[in-house]
Write a protein that binds this ligand. Structure first.
Ligand SMILES: Nc1nc2c(c(=O)[nH]1)N[C@H]1C(S)=C(S)[C@@H](COP(=O)(O)OP(=O)(O)OC[C@H]3O[C@@H](n4cnc5c(N)ncnc54)[C@H](O)[C@@H]3O)O[C@H]1N2
Ligand code: MOO
Length: 401
């Protein structure tokens, strides 16, 4: 009998992560780069802003003209997208948000704090507290030319895309999209639309894992296949999956039963087992392996809650790491449980919880790792270390961010 490893979840993840080969990179258009992971940093090609610019629609003036009662003549305007006209001493200049403020001016007053005439303005009392530099965004205050804006490993979210576009990177170097195969094993499994007998089951793990891995542009689930409990058939299907994918995720067949063929199928494919059985509940029989080429193969237990927890807690960070993400295992936010009870376990304990609209976190009553009805009512799970009690704070893993 194989003894369970005493590795913590993080130790098991780190050990397997250290054996995984990151995918290669490719160059793509920024227009197609949303959600992809940078493999090279982005640098500022010029200062941001590129010049002193106005933060408001208004008038550029000199400090000496503040507090002046008589009208201030306006010599011209700085229209967006046009170079600045010549500056005239003793005059204000109309300026629009984002327009360049020439060096001769000290500040910008908002137009609603002036009384405007076609050729001149009067400063209203609201401008009395204005200071030098008021409403001017200084050249380079966001970043100076040549500085690093985004590090390799950053996911190109909307904010990162904004900076990348601003600094002229119309093409970006990103990690190639990870190709994943999901294999669900078990003779009992049938399609979701099947008429099932009491000894049969509709496959829910395939759709669950597919959902947990969906919405990520750096990852593509190329197929979710069912495989029957047959040693040779499973080994062959796994060989093909390893061949045409970067990672293979299996569910079921990883425990002690006579029909649990996953460990042997991984062995037949020269997979090296890094961990098998961890001191966790649910999901204890989880198996993490790696091929000689550095592709992960993760065998998740078949019970629906075990498969989902294992995917969220183990598979997602490992795939993030393989895809080149910098923060591939960010610490989970911590939450306090409303009513934790007094029970303890000598295991790392993942407990289904729901969050109410006040932010309160409560345990979802559950019959165990087969109870997918309780999982349906949960927002994620907390994680508490062996023999711990109390409300926390415990790390909280939300099903989907
Ligand atoms: N003698 C022992 N028996 C078991 C142990 C043990 O330590 N000693 N561990 C138990 C634990 S804990 C778990 S978890 C399960 C995991 O076993 P397997 O990974 O081998 O999973 P299966 O036996 O194939 O399936 C378990 C359960 O889940 C249902 N299942 C499987 N696949 C799906 C799917 N795609 N969709 C929905 N439901 C699925 C399956 O029908 C079973 O009911 O082992 C315990 N046994
Ligand atoms: O560890 Mo199993 O996942 O409890 O049923």
């Amino acid at each position: 009998m194989i003894e369970k490893s005493e590795k913590t979840p993080d130790q098991a993840i780190a050990e397997l992560a250290g054996r995984i080969a990151p995918v290669a990179s490719e160059t793509i258009s920024l227009a197609n780069a949303s959600g992809r992971i940078l493999s090279q940093p982005i640098h500022a090609d010029r200062d941001s802003p590129a010049a002193d610019v106005s933060a408001m629609d208004g008038y550029a003036i000199r400090l000496d003209d503040l507090g002046r009662d008589e009208p201030l003549p306006v010599s011209g305007e700085i229209a967006p997208g046009h170079p600045t006209p010549d500056v005239q001493p003793g005059h204000a200049m109309r300026v629009f948000t984002g327009g360049i403020v020439p060096q001769d001016y000290d500040l910008v007053v908002k137009r609603e704090e002036t009384q405007e005439s076609p050729e001149s303005i009067r400063l209203l009392p609201a401008t009395a507290n204005c200071r030098k530099g008021e409403n001017i965004r200084r050249q380079g205050e966001n970043a100076s030319q040549g500085s690093a804006i985004l590090q390799a490993g950053t996911t190109l979210h909307a904010g990162a895309i904004a900076a990348t576009a601003n600094f002229g990177a119309s093409e970006v170097h990103v990690s190639r999209v990870l190709k994943i195969t999901i294999l669900v094993t078990g003779d009992e499994l049938h399609d979701v639309d099947a008429e099932v007998q009491p000894w049969q089951l509709r496959d829910s793990n395939g759709p669950t894992l597919n959902a947990l891995l969906s919405g990520k542009n750096w990852l593509h689930v190329r197929c979710v296949d069912r495989v029957v409990d047959n040693q040779q058939g499973l080994a062959e299907r796994l060989a093909a999956a390893i061949e045409d994918s970067d990672a293979v995720i299996l569910t079921g067949g990883v425990s002690m039963g006579d029909y649990d063929f996953v460990p042997d199928a991984i062995g037949q494919n020269d997979g090296e087992v890094i961990f098998h059985r961890l001191p966790i509940r649910p999901g204890k029989p989880i198996l993490g392996a790696v091929t000689a080429a550095g592709k992960p193969i993760i065998g998740l237990p078949g019970n629906p809650v075990s498969a989902a927890v294992g995917c969220r807690r183990f598979v997602l960070p490992l795939l993030s790491r393989q895809a080149g993400k910098r923060d591939w295992l960010p610490p989970a936010p911590r939450v306090m449980l409303d009513d934790p009870g007094t029970r303890t376990l000598p295991l790392h304990w993942f407990r289904l919880v729901q969050i109410d609209d006040q932010g309160g976190v409560s345990l979802v009553p559950s019959k165990g790792s087969g109870d997918l009805v309780s999982m349906a009512a949960s927002d994620g799970f907390t994680e508490q270390p062996p023999n711990s009690t109390g409300p926390g704070p415990w790390p909280f893993w939300r099903w989907q961010d």
